[in-house]
Ligand binder design. Structure first.
Ligand code: S3P
Length: 438
């Protein structure tokens, strides 16, 4: 099993790029497969999650050319997918399996969707139930709560669905099903989740409108699919987040991360860190494929604790593990509540961070829907300790512990780090690139 050892010391200096946005890459592959003709997706995320989505479309008859910086997808139109001969394996990707379930519900063929041991433990009922209301025929373990899921394509009709959770995966799954449904599909969320699907629909020319926290797809695109679109995927803010926190907590650091997506539905961590005292500049704002992009310059700064409630969670849902690291070094308490969704991510991220960062000496109290992190001082002293930790198979936990290791008093050994490949191939190399420049 792979592992990573982080030696503390030095500081981070220089400019880097990060992998393309994982959420946008999944969606770009899906939409360009449904377009007629070739689309180029430049700067795509080469993590295993997105490669599994590309493999899924190849298995459904779509040609996808793979170069290091570009995918070329030969789309076959809205009705161009063909029945795969084998079950589709979405690997570790909750986004992959949930979006594909929606897309495949309205096809004229049968599919089985599955994933790795972690995905097979994650709740699928949140997409299966509303899709069944649209007329989908989906079977699965525990009545459709767990993958594998068997999807028998059927005729769908639009629904007005009020989702109990703010989830871009649920919303996007229903919108993709809505492309094949008769009538209007409307999804309302308690708070707005990331809006990459909506932006990409618009970029491809599919009419979709927003009404408060609802999105409304008027029906099947008139006259079929509008056509191909080349696009450049911005750097993934959720990958940049590790270096934003690293540059903040390692004294003397000054790091620029170029070409990062700064979609307002994703930048919660930048806002929270800034309120905590971080020195983050958002420079050279521009736009790619309907998505805002910028360079982030981050210099080391002292942090203070903060209170974060449910209303901020959707904008920083994936950044919780790395926020815990920042909070463990901030003066005073950080209190996070309304974050129950974190228990059904790649791991139970509340439990894993309490356990693993706890091994490094962080003082944390678990709450049912969040946690309290006590900053340095008192019994704990000022530093984290080097420790032997494990990722629990969760890529973001692995990378967060690596960043924590940079400011520990001795080397930190993280076990089970192969999962980093799901979203950030080359993570350790990027870290060393910045460290060796110091
Ligand atoms: C994602 C949505 C979020 C996020 C995940 C990616 C997406 O999940 O945590 O990493 O691409 O739609 P939820 O929709 O379950 O909140």
């Amino acid at each position: 099993m792979s592992s990573l050892t982080i030696n503390p010391g030095g500081h981070l200096k220089g400019a880097i790029t990060v992998p393309g946005d994982k959420s946008i890459t999944h969606r770009a592959i899906i939409l360009s497969a449904l377009a007629e003709g070739e689309s180029a997706i430049t700067g795509y995320c080469r993590g295993e999650d997105c490669l599994n989505t590309a493999r899924a479309f190849r298995a459904m008859g779509i040609q996808i050319g793979e170069q290091p910086d570009r995918l070329r997808v030969s789309g076959k139109g809205l009705w161009g997918l063909t029945e795969p001969e084998q079950p589709i394996d979405c690997g570790n990707s909750g986004t992959g399996i949930r979006l594909l379930t929606g897309l495949l519900a309205g096809q004229d063929f049968f599919t089985v969707l599955t994933g790795d041991e972690f995905v097979r433990r994650r709740p699928m009922g949140r997409v299966v139930k509303p899709l069944r209301q649209m007329g989908a025929m989906i079977a699965g373990r525990k009545g459709g709560e767990l993958a594998p899921l068997a999807v028998t394509g059927s005729r769908l009709h639009g629904i007005a669905y009020a989702s109990p959770v703010a989830s871009a995966q649920v919303k996007s799954s229903l919108l993709l099903a809505g492309l094949y449904a008769q009538g209007v599909t409307r999804v309302t969320e308690p708070q707005r989740s990331r809006d990459h699907t909506e932006r990409l629909f618009r970029y491809f020319g599919i009419p979709i409108r927003e009404e408060g926290t609802a999105v409304v797809l008027p029906g099947q695109p008139p006259g079929g699919w509008p056509g191909t679109k080349d696009l450049v995927v911005p750097g993934d803010l959720s990958a940049a987040a590790f270096f934003v926190v690293a540059a903040t907590i390692v004294p003397g650091s000054d790091v620029t991360i170029t070409g990062v997506g700064v979609n307002p539905t994703r930048i919660g961590l930048l806002e929270v860190l800034t309120e905590m005292g971080a020195d983050i500049q958002i420079l050279n704002r521009r736009e790619e494929a309907g998505e805002p992009v910028a360079d982030l310059r981050v210099c080391a700064a002292s942090l203070r604790g903060i209170r974060i409630g449910a209303e901020r969670m959707p904008q920083m849902i994936d950044e919780f593990p790395i926020l815990c690291v920042a909070a463990a070094l901030a003066a005073g308490d950080t209190v996070i509540t309304g974050a129950g969704e974190l228990r059904v991510k790649e791991s139970d991220r509340i439990a894993t961070m309490v356990l693993e960062l706890g091994k490094m000496g962080a003082a944390m109290t678990e709450l049912p829907d969040g946690l309290i992190i006590q900053g340095p001082g008192g019994q704990r002293g000022r530093q984290l300790h080097g420790a032997v930790c494990t990722s629990h198979g969760d890529h973001r936990v692995a990378m967060s512990l690596a960043i924590a290791g940079l400011v520990a008093d001795a080397p930190t050994h993280i076990e089970n780090t192969a999962c980093i490949e799901t979203s950030f191939p080359g993570f350790n190399g990027k870290l060393l690139e910045l460290l060796t420049k110091s």
